[in-house]
Write a protein that binds this ligand. Structure first.
Ligand SMILES: *[C@@H]1O[C@H](CO)[C@@H](O)[C@H](O)[C@H]1NC(C)=O
Ligand SMILES: *[C@@H]1O[C@H](CO)[C@@H](O)[C@H](O)[C@H]1NC(C)=O
Ligand SMILES: *[C@@H]1O[C@H](CO)[C@@H](O)[C@H](O)[C@H]1NC(C)=O
Ligand SMILES: *[C@@H]1O[C@H](CO)[C@@H](O)[C@H](O)[C@H]1NC(C)=O
Ligand SMILES: *[C@@H]1O[C@H](CO)[C@@H](O)[C@H](O)[C@H]1NC(C)=O
Ligand SMILES: *[C@@H]1O[C@H](CO)[C@@H](O)[C@H](O)[C@H]1NC(C)=O
Ligand SMILES: *[C@@H]1O[C@H](CO)[C@@H](O)[C@H](O)[C@H]1NC(C)=O
Ligand SMILES: *[C@@H]1O[C@H](CO)[C@@H](O)[C@H](O)[C@H]1NC(C)=O
Ligand SMILES: *[C@@H]1O[C@H](CO)[C@@H](O)[C@H](O)[C@H]1NC(C)=O
Length: 689
């Protein structure tokens, strides 16, 4: 019978499917919340009908779940019911505090917040259960901090997380407007997640396809989704799940609010019922002058009030005009100063075939990097920076070193171009062999660098850093030395690049930086405590670079103690050589073990927790250079010095003490040391000014 009639079983199954969906359908719409709508955990509260996930304190976790479990599939079936959800959220910074960390839309089999930690873990997982498939959690994260340990692409992204904080896929937050050709990558509009604006998100799932779209509230849903991937959830979901939101602050604090939420298994248009007009706004006021004493006094004294108001208005206007004028002047100054290196947008556009996706060779914190060929045939790499404020800072930092910093181990900046406000291009020499980390960590045997090459490249980087510190009239602190910022030219020479964070200082002038920058895992402990970078903190980063390159392991890896700590333990056991990249050891090539040990020792010394005990780059270069005629005695002294330093009781106890509470502190670690977090908060408050 079945053979003769194909349509009947088909119809029956459709009917069963439809029936089961209808039986199990969950639909709800919350335009504002009340306490009977959702279950609240941790610091989550409902505040004038707004779901407020975290409070304004450090290390807060909040979670809110729909008040009952919803069926997501039939028992023992692999068919997941479709769902469509939409919500409106706002994440806003507090004045004078660095903002973090983000919020996540979740499906989870359990209630409560046990098994989760704050800060970069977003109140989603903790160090132990992150990545474990028995979590049965689907998350869509809106993350405003770049965590290298979770391979975050930048500090403003949306990602899909399955049982792990390392996203399956992620993209810069934003949308493709409908009016342009939506397959034109350049029309992408970035949205800053945590500027307090209200954003609407749509998440649809059907037949193993998931859609995530976002837009400023009030806008029609863009046709092209931000994320559109196939995703089989049948192993992830249990039969019934809770659905909701989770969020966390760390040492960095911001507010996380949900204003409205709809969810449906059956009606993909339900989100149209969300009210998008007349919502409260959490955008920080630009100018706080109305809080000033003058205003308060004016308010209490009747007539005086009006005069004051006028005065204040005038002041605001004058200030606005002044700051605008100042901005204009600053732009013109630098544009004039670096005029000779300016390139035209058309020239660069032609070289990169109109910024074609094929030409993308990398994605950095503030934008993409494209390969291009100039008309003369010279190969270039073009970094496109689009993010307004950070972007301009990075851009100016880079071009202010332009043409002045010349050294054969630095990546040469050829020129720059500014298209409009907040759209900058930097043009470098193209480096054939990519970045150092690709040749150490993520590559097959044939491309992997051998031991000698690694040591040679470490030497190249040492020369570059020495040049920055001493070779020029101003002292330059690089502040982001790491394997991924070291590039390899066609002769495999190491060249240090990415001056986006660099700052210049006159010699003998202590560097006071204003914002915590760098990459977690490479930052020296004192930078994390005080936010202050110096040549000593560069030396620290260089030490970590030595260790990661020689050991073939990233400084922080999930579930393992920090790299420095491992190497230090091996050195205490007298097995320092075993720290060497095991793939190198396995290859069994002839190794100069003495040299390897010396370089590893140097790495440990540079990454020493106490800044004063770290060597200077000049000493580092001398040690790496080894023998040179006429200088033998000095070199020998240097080796002796190195050994003495390493064997002395002091360093031993320092390191041990240091590791006993935290090694390379993540923000989580800092939480456990209240004295540390005090200095930290103070420095953040200072930075906010
Ligand atoms: C809470 O909201 C639901 C619908 O969203 C409504 O049915 C219920 O009456 C409200 N409860 C209170 C206490 O306001
Ligand atoms: C908020 O979080 C802090 C620390 O995470 C905790 O001590 C406090 O009890 C929480 N408050 C509530 C109301 O849950
Ligand atoms: C589902 O599977 C379990 C064990 O795999 C079995 O005990 C149970 O009877 C099954 N239920 C249905 C409805 O098939
Ligand atoms: C993570 O959570 C699990 C489950 O609650 C717990 O057993 C484990 O100790 C936690 N791990 C950490 C590092 O907090
Ligand atoms: C995952 O979690 C389960 C239950 O908590 C535990 O038994 C298992 O050992 C964990 N697996 C891994 C790889 O950590
Ligand atoms: C993805 O989004 C598009 C348009 O926004 C929609 O037509 C499509 O049905 C969605 N796919 C899923 C699986 O929801
Ligand atoms: C989403 O992806 C699916 C499969 O890759 C594709 O068929 C569909 O057209 C995509 N939808 C949109 C709106 O791009
Ligand atoms: C999803 O995975 C399950 C088993 O893992 C499989 O039985 C099912 O066919 C898959 N669904 C789709 C649509 O690929
Ligand atoms: C789906 O929801 C929309 C918006 O609320 C409504 O207009 C429409 O009638 C609903 N469709 C069904 C089949 O319930």
């Amino acid at each position: 019978m079945i053979k003769h009639n194909h349509s009947q079983p088909f119809l029956i199954s459709i009917f069963l499917l439809f029936n089961s969906i209808l039986l199990s359908a969950t639909d709800f719409i919350f335009n504002g919340f009340n306490s009977s709508d959702v279950l609240l955990y941790g610091n989550a509260t409902i505040d004038s009908r707004v779901l407020t996930l975290t409070h304004d304190q450090t290390f807060s976790i909040g979670r809110a779940l729909y008040h009952k479990k919803i069926p997501t599939k039939q028992p023992n079936s692999s068919y997941i019911y479709p769902f469509s959800t939409s919500f409106i959220f706002s994440m806003a910074p507090y004045k004078g505090t660095l903002p973090g960390h983000g919020l996540v839309f979740i499906f989870t089999p359990v209630t409560g917040i046990q098994g989760t930690t704050s800060a970069q873990n977003l109140g989603l997982f903790n160090l132990t259960n992150n990545g474990n498939s028995s979590n049965h959690v689907l998350g869509v994260e809106f993350d405003v901090f770049m965590n290298q340990e979770f391979d975050d692409i930048n500090a403003n992204h949306v990602g899909i997380d399955i049982n792990s904080l390392t996203s399956l896929v992620s993209h810069d937050a934003g949308y493709w407007p409908d009016d342009r050709k939506s397959n034109d990558e350049n029309s992408f509009k970035e949205l800053k997640l945590n500027n307090g604006e209200n954003y609407q998100v749509w998440i649809d799932y059907e037949d193993s396809l998931i859609n995530v779209t976002m837009a400023p509230v009030g806008m029609k849903r863009p046709i092209r989704p931000l994320l559109n991937v196939s995703l089989n959830l049948s192993q992830v979901f249990v039969d019934e799940m809770f659905v909701g939101f989770t969020s966390a602050t760390g040492q960095l604090v911001q507010s996380h609010k949900i204003l409205a939420w709809s969810f449906s298994n059956s009606n993909f248009s339900l989100s149209e019922e969300l009210i998008t007009k007349g919502l409260p706004s959490f955008v920080l006021p630009k100018d706080s002058i109305f809080n000033s004493k003058g205003f308060v006094a004016g308010f209490t004294v009747g007539v005086f009030f009006i005069i004051c108001l006028f005065a204040l208005l005038a002041m605001v206007l004058v200030q606005r005009m002044r700051s605008r004028a100042r901005k204009r002047a600053a732009m013109e100054d630098w544009e004039l100063e670096y005029w000779p290196h300016r390139m035209t947008y058309e020239e660069i556009e032609a070289a990169t075939k109109g910024f074609h996706e094929e030409n993308v060779i990398g994605v950095g914190g503030n934008g993409k990097v494209y390969k291009g060929v100039l008309r003369g045939g010279a190969e270039i790499a073009v970094k496109r920076i689009s993010h307004e404020n950070d972007g301009l800072r990075e851009f100016l930092a880079e071009i202010s070193s332009l043409g002045r910093l010349k050294q054969r181990n630095l990546v040469r900046l050829r020129g720059w171009c500014k298209r409009d406000q907040g759209n900058f291009l930097l043009v470098y020499d193209y480096m054939e062999n990519g970045s150092l980390d690709k040749r150490v960590f993520d590559c097959d045997e044939s491309k992997m660098l051998n031991c000698e090459e690694r040591i040679r490249i470490i030497k190249d980087v040492a020369f570059a850093v020495l040049y920055l510190h001493e070779g020029w009239e101003s002292k330059v602190v690089h502040r982001d030395i790491k394997a991924s910022n070291v590039l390899l030219d066609k002769d495999m020479n190491g060249r240090l690049g990415d001056f986006g964070l660099a700052r210049m200082h006159n010699h003998d002038h202590v560097a006071r930086t204003t914002k915590l920058v760098g990459t977690v895992g490479y930052m020296a402990p004192e930078v994390i405590k005080t936010g202050r970078a110096s040549t000593k903190t560069d030396v620290y980063m260089f030490g970590i670079l030595i260790l990661e390159v020689m050991c073939g392991r990233r400084p922080l890896e999930e579930g393992k103690p920090p790299l420095v700590e491992c190497v230090w333990q091996l050195m205490l056991q007298g097995e320092l050589v075993n720290a060497l990249d095991e793939r190198l050891r396995a290859k069994g090539e002839l190794l100069n073990l003495q040299e390897v040990e010396r370089v590893l020792n140097l790495g440990l010394l540079c990454a020493y927790p106490e800044p004063q005990a770290r060597p200077t780059m000049r000493q580092v270069v001398n040690i790496l250079e080894g023998k040179k005629e006429g200088q033998d005695s000095e070199i020998e002294n240097m080796d002796t010095y190195l050994l003495q330093q390493l064997n002395s009781r002091d360093i031993l106890s320092e390191y041990t003490q240091y590791f006993s509470y935290a090694s390379h502190p993540t923000f989580e670690d800092i939480r456990h040391s209240s004295s540390m977090s005090l200095t930290w908060s103070k420095s953040i408050v200072e930075e906010g000014r």
